[in-house]
Write a protein that binds this ligand. Structure first.
Ligand SMILES: [Zn+2]
Length: 79
């Protein structure tokens, strides 16, 4: 029996924050987006377990931004 394991990129959940930033890249002043990506282990291409989370914070216009920690994400989203 052959098992096929993989890593699924999962979905990216975007939340518009109340935090207004001026983007260094496009120059727009906007409410930036905080995003959470949950990567999941998959078995036979069916996602089974959440394994890794990544958090981002970026400009909604050009999507230039940075990776942030879970703590920063929580702070941006719950406020
Ligand atoms: Zn931008």
């Amino acid at each position: 029996m052959i098992f096929i394991f993989g890593l699924d990129d999962g979905k990216v959940e975007e939340t518009q924050t109340n935090s207004v930033q001026k983007c260094q890249r496009c120059g727009n002043v906007e409410r930036w987006v905080a995003a959470k990506q949950v990567m999941r282990a998959s078995l036979f291409f069916v996602p089974v377990l959440p394994v890794k989370k990544k958090y981002f914070y970026y400009c909604p216009i050009c999507r230039d931004g940075q990776r942030i920690s879970e703590k920063e994400y929580e702070r941006l989203v719950n406020h």
